[in-house]
Design a protein around this ligand. Structure first.
Ligand code: SF4
Length: 74
């Protein structure tokens, strides 16, 4: 539509049981997706093991759920 859209976490794909397109497409596994309420999910484990992470514009009050880590747990 010629405008910037907000990430929807690929909801139509999630509803089909698929991963978000960018998660599935990245050959280096730079993106991960999962349920932070599930302590055994990949994203919960990665955040727990990361030495640090940040969330963009957390002070804007939009409750973003994208976390950026600077290290890759092994
Ligand atoms: S491909 Fe990735 S960035 Fe784009 S809408 Fe899907 S989850 Fe969001």
């Amino acid at each position: 539509l010629g405008s910037v859209d907000k990430c929807t976490f690929c909801l139509p794909r999630l509803e089909k049981g698929l991963l978000p397109a960018c998660v599935e497409a990245c050959p280096m596994h730079a993106r991960n997706f999962g349920d932070l309420n599930d302590k055994d999910s990949i994203v919960s484990r990665l955040l727990k093991e990361a030495t640090s992470y940040h969330v963009l514009k957390q002070t804007d009050g939009t409750l973003p759920n994208v976390y950026y880590t600077q290290d890759i747990p092994t």
